[in-house]
Ligand binder design. Structure first.
Ligand SMILES: *[C@@H]1O[C@H](CO)[C@@H](O)[C@H](O)[C@H]1NC(C)=O
Ligand SMILES: *[C@@H]1O[C@H](CO)[C@@H](O)[C@H](O)[C@H]1NC(C)=O
Ligand SMILES: *[C@@H]1O[C@H](CO)[C@@H](O)[C@H](O)[C@H]1NC(C)=O
Ligand SMILES: *[C@@H]1O[C@H](CO)[C@@H](O)[C@H](O)[C@H]1NC(C)=O
Ligand SMILES: *[C@@H]1O[C@H](CO)[C@@H](O)[C@H](O)[C@H]1NC(C)=O
Length: 472
C-alpha cells in the first residue's frame, strides 16, 4: 500500500455523489430487497464448499505455499527492476498452468528508481551510525554527502513556526504516529515542506505502528517549483533520541550520503486472468492485488498476500467447477507503490466499459485474519454486501465496514463503481510495512486460507447474482 490520502478525498467525494446525482446509474431493479435477500441465501451451500476447500480441504495453505515459492525465488520486486519483470513472467506462466482463461499481460510504462548506497552518520553530539532507507523517487546527495546541523520538529506547523531556523539544515521530522493515512503525509510531503524553508535534506521518522529499529520506506513526491532535496526515513528510535537531544539544547550534526537515482521509465505489465462469465461475459467483477513491492524484505505482506489470495479466489472457484454468470477477472497490478501506475493505466484502457463493472476489489492491507470487508457504494449495495457477508458465518467474518479502497481501484470507485477491500489487523500490518521485516515469516498460512475464502465467496456471489450491484 502506498498511501491513503487520495482515498479519503475519494470517499468524501463519493458520499457527496451518493446524496446527489451519480455518474452511472444502473439500478433498474424491479426486485424487492426480500427477493435479493433470498437469492443471496441460496448461495449458502456454495459458500460452505468454498470455505471447506480453502480452510479445511485440499486447497488449504496453497496461497501461502505459492507465495513463498515466488518471493523466495525472486525476492523483492521494486518498480523498474528485473525481479519485478521476472515475477510477472512467472505469474503469467502460473496462471496459464492453473487453467485460468484469457491469461494475458497489458503493457504499462513504470518509474525506475534505485536507492544505491546510502548512509547517515550522526557526528555530534556523538558518533552514531543510523539505519536509514531513502524514500522512493528521492534524488541522491553529492558523493561527499551533505553534512549539516539538524532541526528537529514534530509537525509541519512547528516547521512553519521555526522556518528561519531551517535554512541550511537537515530537517528531522519526529511526528507521532496517529494512523497511516494521517501520518504518511510527512513521508509524502516532508521533503517539499523542508525545501520550501531552505533545508538541504529531510529525514522522517518512519511511518510505522511499531519499531524494532526498523526504517520503513515508501514513495515521496516532489512539487514543481520547489527545489528537490534528498530525503530518507530513519527509525522511530533515532527520531525520538534526536528529539530528546534537541530539547536538551544539544547541537546535532549529521552526514547524509545517498546514491539514489531516477532512471528512464521501464516497460512492465499488469497481469490478467479470468474465469469467463457464462451468461454476461462482458460484465466484470474484478479481484486484485499488486505484484510490485518495495526493494527491501520480500514484499510478502505488501502485497504478495493480496495478490495471491486474489489468484487463490479464482483457483478455488475453478477447482469447484463453478462458473459465475459474470466474468471474474484477476488483475495483478504493477507499480502500485509508485502511485498506482498500473492501476491508472488499466483504468484508462478499460473505463469505456465502466458501466459493466459490478464490483472492484483490492486486497492491499494485509492478509491476516480478516475482521471483515470494507465497502464503498450506495446504501442499497451495502445492504446486499451485508447479506453476502452472512454467508461467511462459518468462519465468523461477517462485518461490513465503510471505506472500501485500494490505490489501484480508487479510480473506479471515484467514478461510482462499488469497491471492496479486506480489513485486518492494521497495527500488525504497519509494523512490517515497507521494511526489511516484510518477509514470509510475517505470513500465516491459516490466516491466508480464511482471507482467500472471504475473497472467493464475495467475488463469486457478486459475479453470479442475477443483477449487478446497484450504484445509486
Ligand atoms: C497448513 O499450515 C498449518 C500451519 O503451518 C499447519 O499446521 C497445517 O498442517 C498445514 N496443512 C497442511 C495440509 O499442510
Ligand atoms: C486518522 O486520524 C485522523 C486524525 O485523528 C482522523 O481524522 C481519521 O479519521 C483517521 N483515519 C482512520 C482511517 O482511522
Ligand atoms: C469492452 O467490452 C466489450 C464487450 O462488451 C469488449 O469487446 C471490449 O474489448 C471491452 N473493451 C475494453 C477496452 O476492455
Ligand atoms: C455491457 O454488457 C452488456 C450485456 O452483458 C452488453 O450488452 C453491453 O454492450 C455492454 N456494455 C459495454 C459498454 O460494453
Ligand atoms: C466472532 O467475531 C466477533 C467479532 O467480529 C467476535 O466478537 C466474536 O467473539 C467471534 N465469535 C467467535 C465464536 O469466535
Amino acid at each position: 500500500m502506498k498511501f491513503l490520502l487520495f482515498t479519503f478525498v475519494g470517499v468524501v467525494h463519493l458520499f457527496s455523489l451518493n446524496s446527489g446525482k451519480a455518474i452511472y446509474k444502473n439500478d433498474n431493479s424491479q426486485r424487492t430487497f426480500q427477493e435479493i435477500k433470498e437469492e443471496v441465501a441460496r448461495y449458502g451451500d456454495v459458500a460452505k464448499a468454498i470455505i471447506n476447500l480453502a480452510v479445511y480441504g485440499k486447497a488449504q495453505n496453497r496461497s501461502y505455499e505459492r507465495l513463498a515459492l515466488l518471493v523466495d525465488t525472486v525476492g523483492p520486486r521494486p518498480s523498474g527492476s528485473k525481479s519485478l519483470e521476472k515475477a510477472i513472467q512467472i505469474m503469467y506462466q502460473n496462471l496459464q498452468e492453473d487453467g485460468l482463461e484469457n491469461v494475458h499481460l497489458e503493457p504499462v510504462k513504470i518509474p525506475h528508481w534505485e536507492r544505491g548506497e546510502e548512509s547517515a552518520v550522526m557526528l555530534e553530539p556523538r558518533i552514531h551510525k543510523m539505519a536509514i532507507l531513502g524514500l522512493g523517487s528521492s534524488i541522491g546527495t553529492p558523493p561527499e554527502g551533505i553534512t549539516a546541523e539538524v532541526l528537529v520538529v514534530t509537525s509541519f506547523e512547528e516547521l512553519q513556526r521555526r522556518a528561519r531556523e531551517a535554512r541550511g539544515k537537515i530537517v528531522v521530522y519526529n511526528q507521532p504516529y496517529v494512523n497511516y493515512s494521517k501520518t504518511v503525509q510527512y513521508r509524502v510531503q516532508g521533503a517539499v515542506e523542508a525545501a520550501k524553508v531552505g533545508a538541504l535534506a529531510s529525514l522522517i521518522r518512519s511511518v510505522a505502528s511499531f519499531s524494532v529499529y526498523s526504517p520503513h520506506t515508501g514513495i515521496q513526491e516532489y512539487q514543481d517549483g520547489v527545489p528537490k532535496i534528498p530525503t530518507a526515513c530513519i527509525t522511530v528510535e533515532d527520531a525520538e533520541m534526536m528529539s530528546r537531544m534537541a530539547s536538551r539544547g544539544n547541537r546535532i550534526v549529521i552526514q547524509l550520503k545517498m546514491g539514489a537515482k531516477n532512471y528512464p521509465d521501464a516497460d512492465s505489465f499488469n497481469t490478467v486472468a479470468e474465469i469467463i462469465g457464462s451468461k454476461y461475459p462482458e460484465q466484470v467483477v474484478l479481484v486484485s492485488g499488486h505484484l510490485d513491492s518495495w526493494d527491501v524484505g520480500q514484499g510478502a505482506m505488501d502485497d504478495g498476500g493480496g495478490a495471491f489470495i486474489s489468484w487463490e479466489a479464482l483457483s478455488l472457484i475453478k477447482d469447484l467447477g463453478l462458473r459465475p454468470k459474470r466474468t471474474l477477472r484477476l488483475v495483478l497490478w504493477t507499480a502500485e507503490e509508485q502511485g498506482g501506475i498500473g492501476g491508472f493505466q488499466y483504468y484508462q484502457s478499460h473505463k469505456e466499459n465502466i458501466s459493466n463493472y459490478s464490483l472492484v476489489m483490492e486486497s492491499d492491507e494485509g492478509t491476516f485474519l480478516p475482521s471483515g470487508l470494507q465497502f464503498t457504494g450506495s446504501e442499497k449495495a451495502r445492504a446486499i454486501m451485508e447479506e453476502v457477508m452472512t454467508l461467511l458465518q462459518p468462519v465468523n467474518i461477517t462485518q461490513v465496514f465503510r471505506a472500501g479502497e485500494g490505490t489501484d481501484i480508487n479510480f473506479w470507485i471515484q467514478a461510482g463503481v462499488p469497491g471492496a477491500s479486506l480489513l485486518d489487523d492494521l497495527y500488525k500490518y504497519f509494523s512490517f510495512h515497507h521494511s526489511h521485516g516484510d518477509t514470509m515469516t510475517v505470513m500465516d498460512p491459516k490466516q491466508m486460507n480464511v482471507a482467500a475464502a472471504v475473497w472467493a465467496v464475495v467475488s463469486y456471489v457478486i459475479a453470479d447474482m442475477e443483477e449487478m450491484l446497484p450504484r445509486s
